[in-house]
Design a protein around this ligand. Structure first.
Ligand code: 5GP
Length: 187
């Protein structure tokens, strides 16, 4: 059976990639892998839906057991993609989206050279700061850390296959859907 395609969406946090990935998941009925993290849940986040929220020892145990496809420390917390969220779906011919950071994206590319790496960003840094403040989920120190890290993350854009600039939700969803559909036509 033909394997499914893997799409990796990365970019500065606050750029809007979660919103776009969730909308595209609904529109295309495509798999969006649920990541594991040691970060504390934000208000409204549900374990098993938004993330698998783990303690540091739980995360480290899974790491030792080789359960992660990739993992990274992002903004001082661990994040990782469980193989169980990806491998069987690809093997069954289903497409999968990973919404992960740039370090994880490059680890995935090493293991899946055909993975399509999509870099997602706001038109300007001012837009990013406005969005981070607007979502009112993070304190000032966290916002500052995320802004500082976004400058480093932007350096990875050149290692990605495609970029999406998030002007509007509609445009960005359309762009991501086109990338996914074009890849499926190629096959
Ligand atoms: P947040 O805490 O805002 O949900 O996510 C922070 C950052 O961690 C985002 O850039 C997000 O893409 C990244 N991230 C989420 N899940 C994973 C994962 O499984 N692996 C890696 N490497 N990064 C992740």
């Amino acid at each position: 059976m033909k394997k499914g395609n893997l799409f990796v969406v990365s970019g500065p946090s606050g750029a809007g990639k979660s919103t776009i990935c969730r909308l595209v998941r609904k529109m295309l009925n495509i798999n969006l892998a649920t990541s594991a993290t040691t970060r504390k849940p934000r208000e409204g986040e549900v374990n098993g839906r938004d993330y698998y929220f783990l303690t540091i020892p739980e995360f480290e145990e899974k790491l030792r057991n080789g359960e992660f496809l990739e993992h990274a420390k992002v903004h001082e917390n661990y994040y990782g993609t469980l193989k169980a969220e990806v491998e069987s779906r690809l093997a069954a011919g289903e497409n999968v989206i990973l919404e992960i950071d740039v370090q994880g994206g490059l680890q995935v590319k090493e293991q899946y050279p055909d993975a399509n790496l999509i870099f997602f960003k706001t038109p300007t840094m001012e837009d990013l700061e406005r969005r981070l403040r607007g979502r009112k989920t993070d304190d000032e120190a966290t916002i500052q850390l995320r802004l500082k890290n976004s400058i480093k993350e932007l350096e990875y854009e050149k290692m990605y296959d495609t970029s999406i600039v998030n002007y509007t939700v509609d445009d960005s969803c359309g762009h991501l859907i086109r990338i996914i559909e074009e890849k499926s036509i190629e096959d």
